[in-house]
Ligand binder design. Sequence first.
Ligand code: MN
Length: 226
Amino acid sequence: MSWLFEPAATPSLAVHGESSRFPLHRIYCIGRNYAAHAREMGASVDREHPLFFCKPADAVVTDDADVPYPSATHDLHHEVELVVAIGRDAEGPVEVEQATSLIYGYTVGLDLTRRDLQGLAKAKSHPWDVAKAFDASAPIGALRPGLPPADAAVWLRVNDSLRQQAALRDMVWSIAEMLAELSRLFRLRAGDLVFTGTPEGVAALHRGDRFVAGLDGEELLSGRIV
Ligand code: MN
């Protein structure tokens, strides 16, 4: 067997304390997972049907590299989020009680959003891909092995001013609940990432902005919009 052309490189994340990298499979995201953010977007929380969408794995920006301002938007927004990484294949649907056993590690990422195109998509009941799944739409930090600290706060600073900060406990769907829901819709695999939703305070990013994000006192991601 031979390839018609060389396959693209496998996207991956660094892991703190490891020389091996974490190879990426898929990126799942949940929307409207903090009530105050749903309100600021003029939406409401739906405890019956969580809102999931995806980004391509090769949309990641890793190792604190520069993030290019995307084409086709005049309103790029930041959404800082806890990200969990799946470390083993699920056999099929998992129960809430077992769901966190799939987790390899965690970090924080930005669910970058073309807010103007998302507004158009919402108005027309169109899918969100062009608003959410564009190239370089997922800056993400190095992974920390283990479960995310339950009591931590996720935060984002842009040019040294605090833009977003909230307790992970304020999530509408807990990590275990969203993994169980996702596992009924997709087969979760080692290498999957899950963006767990953003709190209130989303706002615009501009060329030249520097961002830093983390959990409590731990800085996990930094970068610059260019
Ligand atoms: Mn988001």
